[in-house]
Design a protein around this ligand. Structure first.
Ligand code: C2O
Ligand code: CU
Length: 463
């Protein structure tokens, strides 16, 4: 069975109403076409069944109930959302990985005022890139994200091939005690190391969810690591699969997945070729730190569609500008431990300690009087960020508003990926190239939230 283009499929399904099982095409476009009507995202407290012990109280989400909704947008089309804050603390929304205007970036003080209880804030932008992204607050994040406010974004490209099924999985965990209720999110001694790890791992707020997908068919799995701390090492058993995209950016040459590590903030798009035999089960496992843990499973249903993984072509590339290495200016960034140790009061939450710094300056927290930018970049010029991680811990470094290309690493050959989040390993030096093509102040921080909130954050300014 040949792969149909989405346009052909839409025409075909308009006539015949057939095909498309498992992807809910009927609903896919309703939201995007209603962009004039903003999507309401209400930040609120909720409870949900995470562990078997009964509902977890004091969870935080966007929307009526349950997990924050997966938001569907379309590349190059206007999107609008209204944040309504029904929490009893300030919040904002950051659209992780979307290269949108600075005023929509959701960082308190730097790009917008924080949104108080009862207030609203309107976000409106046009996503330039297709792919898998996500959204979360940028205020008191260890609590707000730690308690649930991490949602996925799918930006569709009308030119994308249509697969036989698509499933998005929001991978994260929770710091719950034996009674299923939250325990302390933060232990200072762990924040000074690799972070305070959760106790219950879930996909879409569910322990080991099971899904059906067409036997012998192509299942597009969109995965996002949205946890505040956990780094996942993902492996698939029971089927072959290819990685087509990392961090929302298509790979020029899709390749089979072996063990793929993604840190907080990162995404992975896989095309899984489901087994031919009805009832056969494919599992997605996390192999970090050691013993494999099932994150989700997928059961083959129906008669085999007999797809051939060799037919998978690269997805349409996104329009991320290519840096001019002959004129690029190099900027060093040292990710280090901090000598200071006091916390600074901040409306967006403080952990009371400073353990980390970028270029020796620990971020003082979100205040009206932040430190100077780490660097000032000229609009349209090319840069190489030379990152060095002399610490014994991995740091998933995230840059807002701009895409970069990984040029080289001291640890050996690296694929030249385009990304917004790079997991810098202990003792690694890595070179990232970018064009400063988006004006404004862009936060640059570790996405292990305890590292971010105890100093490993700063911003660059594009003028
Ligand atoms: Cu995913 Cu500064 O954020
Ligand atoms: Cu870090």
């Amino acid at each position: 069975m040949p792969l149909l283009s989405r346009r052909t499929l839409l025409q075909a399904s308009a006539v015949a109403g057939a095909y498309g099982a498992g992807i809910g095409l009927a609903n896919r476009y309703s939201q995007a076409s209603a962009a004039a009507d903003p999507l309401l995202l209400e930040a609120r407290v909720t409870e949900a069944m995470i562990a078997a012990k009964g509902p977890t109280k004091g969870m935080m989400t966007y929307g009526p109930d349950g997990m924050p909704p997966t938001i569907r947008m379309r590349k190059g089309e206007a999107f609008a959302a209204r944040l309504k804050n029904s929490l009893d603390e300030a919040t904002t929304i950051h659209w992780h990985g979307l290269r949108i205007p600075n005023a929509m970036d959701g960082v308190p003080f730097l790009t917008q005022p924080y949104v108080y209880t009862g207030d609203t804030f309107d976000y409106a932008f046009t996503p330039p890139d297709a792919g898998t992204f996500w959204y979360h607050p940028h205020c008191n994040t260890l609590t707000q994200m730690g308690r649930g406010m991490t949602g996925m974004i799918v930006v569709e490209d009308p030119a994308d091939p249509v697969f036989d099924a698509e499933i998005t999985l929001n991978l994260r965990d929770w710091r719950l005690g034996g009674d299923g209720q939250f325990i302390e999110q933060f232990r200072a001694r762990d924040a000074a190391k690799s972070g305070t790890i959760g106790t219950v791992r879930t996909a879409n707020w569910t322990v080991e969810p099971r899904h059906d997908a067409p036997a012998g068919g192509f299942l597009r799995l969109r995965l996002a690591a949205t946890d505040v701390t956990r780094i996942f090492a993902l492996r698939l058993t029971g089927a072959e699969a290819k990685i087509v995209s990392i961090d929302g950016q298509p790979l020029p040459a899709p390749h089979p997945i072996d063990l793929q590590t993604i840190g907080p903030g990162q995404r992975l798009d896989l095309i899984v070729r489901m087994p031919d035999r009805e009832g056969a089960v494919v599992t997605l496992e996390d192999h970090r730190p050691s013993a494999p843990k099932i994150m989700a499973s997928f059961r083959a249903v129906g008669t085999s569609l007999k797809r051939d993984l060799g037919d998978i072509k690269p997805l349409n590339p996104n329009p991320v500008a290519e840096a001019d290495l002959s004129t690029a200016t190099e900027i060093p960034f040292a990710l280090s431990a901090s000598a200071e140790n006091a916390g600074v009061e901040s409306i967006c939450g403080t952990l009371g300690f400073t353990f980390w710094a970028i270029n020796k300056v620990p971020w003082p927290g979100d205040t009206a009087d932040p430190t100077a930018p780490l660097a000032e970049l000229k609009l349209g010029k090319s840069y190489i960020f030379n990152l060095a991680n002399p610490t014994p811990h991995a740091h998933p470094i995230h840059l807002h508003g701009l895409g970069f290309k990984v040029l080289s690493s001291s640890l050996g050959p690296v694929p030249q990926l385009i990304s917004d989040t790079y997991l810098v390993q202990p003792d690694e030096k890595v070179r990232l190239a970018l064009v400063a093509d988006n004006l404004g102040d862009w936060v640059f921080h570790c996405h292990i939230i305890e590292h971010q909130k105890t100093g490993m954050s700063g911003y660059i300014r594009v003028v």
